[in-house]
Design a protein around this ligand. Structure first.
Ligand code: ATP
Ligand code: MG
Length: 370
């Protein structure tokens, strides 16, 4: 398996069903060595690995003209067998001692295919199939190049803590930040027994789905029942959601600092719900200092849903288990809260000890590590 990438690949020398899966790095290419029966597993990992621009499954060939032309013919036959009737060859020769230059590779390779596979013709403008030849330390010929997810390798942009609810938005937010190279930790707040165990499991499943894209996620699960009950006892009902968000932010910031994450990430999108007006977003983050990244802030719900479908999270996100936020949410929430009033109401809650206890009692799971 040949990967064009700026990225590292996960877990070199992992044992697959067919034996050891090995990783070799080269200039501009990574090579994943595996047995045929492990190819589906490797391709599954590569298809979800952020930072990979593309990959192809291929054999390593002897670096002789005969072996390369033979491989071209095999690729030509493969294309024809798939009902493809035209092709183009692209060639790259980093080893300049090889007797054919890239022009020679294209023309000799093309000639060999045309002689051996009469149904195929050359079409350089609109080819049905593209055969690539690379002459490096060995020769590689392939026609099955696949596009990767692109983006920047996860971990190159520091780590952030994703507030992961059970909804549609936050997994997408985590994916977008991971695509910019950010390593992701996640925190989920639940209000068991007011929220169900299924709601908690849904968050775990979402962390697993997202973790498969970013080389695993550590998910911190934190009980917020006492804090929600405190809000219910001591606050005006219209403020309940904004105050809950403020408590989540405070707790998440403490956690992020303790695990050395550099920012918080949320799935908030401007004006999507009452707690996401610009005024309420200002209240929400008013008592913390870490930056809050909101990659969905300018996206509409349709685009967010499309992205959730693309990453395979949507079906899980729409399972009908209510999370802690919906439990005590007011019918008529405050729409344009003032940070000063929010802060005064928040003081009344005396959250410090409750948040300390919630953090101490948290459960941490590893999700989506391969
Ligand atoms: P989502 O679809 O991600 O649940 P939403 O549209 O339902 O988002 P809210 O419920 O207002 O919006 O939540 C806004 C953001 O707050 C979420 O995207 C998430 O980042 C965070 N959040 C909400 N509930 C939780 C929770 N139970 N645990 C962790 N983070 C949460
Ligand atoms: Mg939600």
């Amino acid at each position: 398996m040949l990967g064009a990438s700026q990225a590292g690949l996960p877990r070199p020398d992992k044992a697959g069903a067919g034996g050891k899966i090995g990783l070799e790095t080269g200039t501009g290419r990574f090579f994943v060595h595996c047995a045929d029966e492990d190819c589906p597993l490797v391709e599954d990992v590569l298809s979800r690995l952020i930072g990979i621009s593309g990959w192809a499954k291929t054999d390593r060939r002897e670096k002789t003209v005969e072996a390369v032309l033979q491989a071209c013919v095999e690729e030509g036959r493969k294309l024809f067998g798939q009902g493809i009737t035209s092709f183009k060859i692209e060639a790259r020769r980093t080893d300049k001692s090889f007797p054919l230059d890239s022009y020679g590779l294209r023309s000799e390779g093309g000639r060999a295919i045309l002689d051996a596979v009469p149904g195929l013709k050359v079409d350089v403008r609109h080819p049905g199939g593209l055969i690539r030849i690379e002459i490096r330390e060995k020769a590689y010929v392939y026609s099955n190049a696949r596009k990767g997810l692109g983006g920047l390798p996860v971990g190159t942009a520091g780590r952030g803590l994703l507030l992961l609810s059970g909804g549609i938005d936050s997994p997408v937010a985590g994916f977008l930040m991971a695509s910019r190279g950010m390593g992701i930790d996640a925190v989920h707040f639940h209000a068991y027994p007011y929220s169900s165990l299924e709601a908690r499991q849904k968050a775990v499943r979402l962390a697993e789905i997202l973790g498969a894209y970013c080389m695993g996620i550590r998910l911190h699960i934190i009980g917020f029942t006492k804090i929600q009950l405190r809000i219910k006892e001591r606050s005006p009902l219209p403020w309940a959601t904004v105050l809950l968000r403020m408590a989540m932010m405070e707790c998440a910031e403490k956690l992020a600092l303790s695990i050395k994450d550099k920012c918080l990430i949320t799935g908030e999108s401007l004006s999507q719900v009452a707690s996401q007006t610009i005024e309420n977003l200002t209240c929400t983050q008013s008592r913390i200092r870490l930056p809050v990244l909101r990659p969905l802030i300018g996206m509409d719900k349709e685009n967010i849903i499309r992205k959730a479908e693309d990453i395979g999270a949507y079906e899980t996100s729409i399972l009908p288990y209510e999370d802690c936020c919906t439990l005590f949410s007011p019918l008529h929430p405050v729409l344009r809260g003032s940070p000063r009033e929010a802060s005064a109401l928040y003081e009344v809650l005396e959250t410090e000890a409750l948040i300390g206890e919630a953090l101490r009692d948290r459960e941490t799971l590893k999700c989506g590590f391969c």
